[in-house]
Design a protein around this ligand. Structure first.
Ligand code: S3P
Length: 175
């Protein structure tokens, strides 16, 4: 870890946004969600961007949003599940902070994702899409500094685990 941000990566439904918001409030830091940043900048939803301009254009905007988020003051940054697919994005994340991968069992993810609303890559059979994408991305989250399985933990428990490791790495002993 060379920077100051806490960066959350992980598949859709692993809890990045919920845990990220909690971490940010515990740390008194801003919370930045790159999907929301892309949406605010574009003035349209992620689904609309995929539909109108395609996935490649979404990825370009996502990388731009990530760079912007990492250039800001120390924050908790939640990324979209596919942000890790770009080598440049991975390098930017590891260079700018403590990268935490949230993971979860495929069945738990399928249940959490419901009908996949607002997630264009899940359109059709959500369970089939989840299993296929997880297989394609099997090692995509391995570069993180820490991995936390959120399958059977509450967001509070996940946040606590992350903070323990974050503070111990910084040599600080906080409650
Ligand atoms: C994607 C995940 C989504 C969003 C987009 C693509 C992915 O973010 O960026 O739909 O490729 O895994 P969440 O992980 O926040 O759902």
């Amino acid at each position: 870890m060379s920077g100051e941000h806490i960066v959350l990566v992980g598949f859709m439904g692993t809890g990045k946004s919920t845990v990220g918001a909690l971490l940010a409030s515990r740390l008194g830091r801003p919370f930045v969600d790159t999907d929301r940043l892309v949406e605010e900048t574009a003035g349209m939803s992620v689904s609309d961007i995929f539909e109108r301009y395609g996935e490649a254009e979404f990825r370009r905007r996502e990388s731009e949003a990530l760079v912007r988020a990492l250039a800001g003051e120390p924050a908790v940054v939640a990324t979209g599940g596919g942000a890790v697919l770009s080598e440049a994005n991975r390098r930017a994340m590891t260079g700018a902070g403590f990268v935490v991968a949230l993971v979860a069992d495929p069945e738990v993810l399928t249940a959490r994702l419901g009908r996949g609303a607002g997630r264009p890559l899940l359109s059709g059979d959500v369970r089939e899409r989840v299993f296929r994408l997880l297989e394609e991305r099997r090692h995509a989250y391995d570069f993180a500094d820490l991995r936390v399985d959120t399958s059977h933990l509450s967001p509070e428990q996940v946040a606590r685990k992350i903070l323990e490791v974050f503070w111990s790495r910084k040599g600080e002993n906080r409650p």
